[in-house]
Every structure is written in structure tokens, then in C-alpha cells.
Design a protein around this ligand. Structure first.
Ligand SMILES: NC(=O)c1ccc[n+]([C@@H]2O[C@H](COP(=O)([O-])OP(=O)(O)OC[C@H]3O[C@@H](n4cnc5c(N)ncnc54)[C@H](OP(=O)(O)O)[C@@H]3O)[C@@H](O)[C@H]2O)c1
Length: 281
């Protein structure tokens, strides 16, 4: 069922509840802007934050979380925190160490979700085994992957024990990922959208403008609502308080089936980020 409230969750196949909506912090550097964004989002009712070791901002995210929890009067358990192991650290021991380092920087005792950031050939299986150990030891609530195509998921599931709970991929109206979404759905893997707003590049698109005007909403809100109605977890990034609030104000209207199809038809299989089958980092 489509999320009805900002704090509604999807239940991952292992029983863990993950908010459908969260804050992304890619390209936000350490400093007050970052700390304020995370705190502000939590104050506005966000219950999920997505970071990564490579963003180089886990300390500020941790500070924002502490301030946000206090300001909102909620506990650590009420929040869902995701980080990701970077490519250079993929390997059994190195991934175990990277997890400790992320926890240390964030100032947390556990993560809700730890992801393999990119499917580096020859490395992600060993790294996954480290995530399995962390999960079995109860050090992390859920484990998953990012930027995995169907063939990466197939190999992972064939060669390892625990199926990923989440796959976080680039997903927006220009890249609707239908085949991958069906595959993940059939396998009980929750799809999560990164760059849901196509990094701001879709916000003057005419078709979306028409739909937005009809609902008296912004284009960003239309896209994020489309994520919700498609059953895709989403984590738009903004450091501006008014946009942090705007992006989350998507639970008071509904897109019709016809509008959903019109948005789907904008697909061009177009990426703004790297191609998971052809990257060199
Ligand atoms: N796993 C991966 O490989 C991967 C890759 C990329 C991203 N991610 C995650 O996904 C998150 C989101 O993706 P993203 O940051 O690449 O891009 P995004 O969320 O699609 O777009 C962010 C951009 O849109 C602007 N924006 C946000 N809300 C807006 C609004 N309501 N109206 C107008 N402009 C708005 C932001 O500017 P302001 O800040 O100025 O508002 C920013 O420039 C990241 O932060 C990160 O956590 C993961």
C-alpha cells in the first residue's frame, strides 16, 4: 500500500521497518550547513538519513543526528541510518574495518542499513561476506547493495548465503528501471531511488509541470509522490529548510493511474550518474 505519512515504513524481508522517505546528503561537505540540514529534516519529521563513507561527511551527519534527536525528542531507535562501504575498502577484513570507521565517525553503535556502494567486479562477494558476518552478529539491522544490476544480484544470491534486503539505484522519470524493479520485487528486495530528482535536472520538464499545476504541487513533489506510489523508497537531498519541508509534503494528494503512466512514459533509460556495468572507480 502507498505510504500515507512521512514516517510510514516498508517492512524489509527480514522484518526490519525502513521509512519510505529519507534525506540524502551526497555532496554536502562537513560544516554547519550539513549539521543543520540533518537536524532540520529530523525536526520536520524525517526518520531516515542516507550517507556513505565516500561522501566524507559522516561526522557532521552524526552531529546532525544527535542534535535532531534532541530537538525532536526522539530516540536513536526511532531513526533509520544508512551508510555504504566504498570501493577501495571492498574485501572481507577491509569492509569489517570500514564499518567500524563509519560507526566511529557517525558516533553510533549500529547502522540500520549498510550497503555495498558499487558492484566492483572481483570484490563484492568477499565484501558481502563481511556484511553477512556483521548482520549475523547483530551489529547491523539490515544489509544491502547499491548500483547492482540483475546479473550482479543473481551472482550474489548464487554465491552467498543472505539475500540483500535493499538495492539502492539511480531512479527517476528518465530512468524508470522497470525490469530491475520487477526483479527486485519478485525476490523480496526493496528498491530505493538515488538522485530521485535527477539532481535537479527535471524540475522544468513540461509534462511534469502540467501534472504539478493540476495538483497545486511542485515538480519535485510530483516526482517524489510517483516514487511512493511505485513502492520505491526515496531519499531526496536538500540543504534548504523550505525544500526539506516541501519534499516531504507529498502525503496529501494522489496521482491518478493515467498520471503515473504519463510520468513512466518520460523514461529514456538516461543516467545522470555512472553506469554500473561500465565504471572505473
Ligand atoms: N548509492 C549511490 O551510488 C548514490 C549516488 C548518488 C546519490 N545517492 C544518494 O541519493 C541522495 C539523493 O540524490 P542526489 O543528491 O544525487 O540528487 P537529488 O536528490 O535527485 O537532487 C538534489 C538536488 O536537487 C535540489 N533540490 C532538492 N529538492 C528540491 C526542490 N524541492 N526544488 C528544487 N530543487 C531541489 C538540491 O538542491 P538544494 O540542496 O540546494 O536544495 C540538489 O541540487 C544523495 O544525497 C545520496 O544520499 C546515492
Amino acid at each position: 500500500m502507498t505510504a500515507q505519512h512521512l514516517q510510514d515504513t516498508t517492512t524489509l524481508y527480514n522484518g526490519v521497518n525502513m521509512p519510505w522517505f529519507g534525506l540524502g546528503v551526497f555532496k554536502v561537505e562537513e560544516g554547519p550547513e550539513l549539521v543543520n540540514a540533518v537536524r532540520t529534516a529530523i525536526q520536520h519529521g524525517y526518520r531516515s538519513v542516507d550517507t556513505a563513507a565516500i561522501y566524507g561527511n559522516e561526522e557532521g551527519v552524526g552531529q546532525g543526528i544527535r542534535e535532531g534527536l534532541e530537538a525532536a525528542g526522539i530516540k536513536r531507535e526511532d531513526l533509520f541510518v544508512t551508510s555504504k562501504v566504498w570501493n577501495a575498502d571492498l574485501g572481507y577484513e577491509s569492509t569489517m574495518k570500514a564499518y567500524e570507521e563509519s560507526l566511529r565517525k557517525l558516533g553510533l553503535e549500529y547502522l540500520d542499513l549498510y550497503l555495498i556502494h558499487w558492484p566492483v567486479e572481483g570484490k563484492y562477494i568477499e565484501a558481502w561476506k563481511a556484511l553477512e558476518t556483521l548482520y549475523k552478529e547483530g551489529r547491523v539491522k539490515a544489509i544491502g547493495v547499491s548500483n547492482f544490476q540483475i546479473h550482479h544480484l543473481e551472482r550474489l544470491m548464487k554465491e552467498t548465503e543472505i539475500k540483500p534486503m535493499v538495492n539502492q539505484v539511480e531512479y527517476h522519470p528518465r530512468l524508470t528501471q522497470k525490469e530491475l524493479q520487477s526483479y527486485c520485487q519478485a525476490n523480496g528486495i526493496q528498491l530505493e531511488a538515488w538522485s530521485p530528482l535527477m539532481q535537479g535536472q527535471l524540475l522544468d520538464q513540461e509534462e511534469l509541470r502540467n501534472i504539478a499545476d493540476k495538483h497545486h504541487k511542485s515538480i519535485a513533489q510530483i516526482i517524489l509522490r510517483w516514487d511512493m506510489q511505485n513502492g520505491v523508497v526515496t531519499i531526496p537531498k536538500s540543504t534548504k529548510e523550505h525544500r526539506i519541508a516541501e519534499n516531504a509534503a507529498i502525503f496529501d494528494f494522489e496521482l491518478s493511474v493515467e498520471e503515473m503512466q504519463r510520468i513512466d512514459s518520460l523514461n529514456q533509460d538516461h543516467r545522470v550518474g555512472p553506469d554500473p556495468d561500465n565504471f572505473d572507480f
